[in-house]
Design a protein around this ligand. Sequence first.
Ligand code: NDP
Length: 510
Amino acid sequence: MAGMATDTKGTLTRSGARAPASWGLGDGRAIPWDYAPAPESRDIVKLKERYGLFIGGREVPSSDGSTFVTVNPATEEPLAEVARATAEDVDRAVRVARRAQQRSWGNLPGRERAKYLFRISRILQERSREFAVLESMDSGKPIKESRDVDVPLAAAHFWYYAGWADKLDYAFPGRVARPLGVAAQIIPWNFPLLMLAWKIAPALAAGNTVVLKPASTTPLSALLFADVCRQADLPAGVVNIVPGPGEIGMVLVRHPKVDKVAFTGSTEIGRKIFKGVAGSDKALTLELGGKAANIVFEDAALDQAVEGIVNGIYFNQGEVCCAGSRLLAQESIVGPLVEKLKDRLSTIRVGDPLDKNTDVGAINSRQQLEKITELVESGKAEGAEMYQPACDLPERGYFFRPTLFTNVAQSHRIAKEEIFGPVLSVLTFRTPDEAIEKANNTPYGLSAGVWTEKGSRILNMVSRLKAGVIWANTFNRFDPTSPFGGYKESGFGREGGMHGLHAYVRLEDR
Ligand code: NDP
């Protein structure tokens, strides 16, 4: 996955920011220059004033006519009004999805389903700029990330699972893979289009139909995806999209005609969903929160590690479930590593998500900004030492400076709780055993990172770390062929790869 900018030409800082002696004038002073604005044009996005629900292949208003407004978090301006699904709408969507599964989609040969998925992938590629701009406007993420990460990966997921649609016999040798039926899918706001792709692509490849609820702060890319389904001539009712509040998500989860529930979001809501399906025979996958340790040994290539750490926690404003939010640095190198990190932080550009130079965009919502602010305040109050680079934040919008805490104890809230923001806590260790103990000292188990020159140490560490995904000498890399998911309070089930197919089929003996 592409990360933060590593362009060494871009290392000069904004006026007033600190710079290492090797930059600028060679005497430790930065040359006071700034990047000229490089805004991506919004013209490619034709925003409608009002969006409906997508049920049975058509855009329809909600049954009671109610709507909500989605806001651009970088400007606080309303973008559009969106129909708010009711329980009646959810019921209609599930019934339509069931009919489509039983009468058309579930009976199509795999190679025919594959054609639709390939078509969707191609259309996503063709319309990638439109999706990237819309995603950045609705979510606040920098355009270079939506353009280079979210949209290409979403297209790649449809492409990858298109390839499996007619090869289920090879995925599950000796068994017959049957679709589960109707999948209820609830996705969060941090990667709206990408999470949609993670969920819809394997479900459709395996012959299921879906009803998807996007997050209330980021419904627009899912509704643009509805247009892609129409463009691809996907049979009516195979994909249905019902924006609405959390309670509507629960109505969907509990619906008796739903066969499978897939959720990505907070551990707190994941627990409620677990209870919501308990006692039923619905299949369930939960992809929840994380508090990943990024472990740097003294023999690691430090400059490379710095880029990985920055990518690990400041990518997507840190609003990433697998973010490397706890840096575990070996005691002998913590000093130089933190110095290098501070220097690197002073070059991060925070601001307009549509500016192609922006590294850190807007926080997704006021509510999330308040949560980050509160946790950062707790870090200061509990005695950790905070560093933030000097950079100007836009006057409007929900922005937060990249933040680094040193002097952090394992008992501090910032070391324990998922902040879901651009905030890094630095802890230290002396021995590999201590690193393992600290890394695993969390109720979560989603991801981890190890930085060392020694292959044997990597193998030793990864076998002892309790995390679903572990990166070695890199961080936040994703690929459709690779399974992703957690342990403990980070959830269960895997998305991506062949494992991702498994979550959408019932296996029978031949
Ligand atoms: P939530 O878990 O509340 O939201 C995720 C999705 O679940 C959204 O579509 C949401 O809808 C929906 N939802 C909310 N309540 C229910 C419910 N009772 N039943 C069914 N679906 C529901 O996350 P938040 O948006 O509130 O973020 C809170 C915290 O969660 C963040 O600060 C972060 O720490 C964590 N988080 C983790 C994510 C991850 O990928 N691990 C992703 C997002 C958040 P709606 O948007 O309408 O509320």
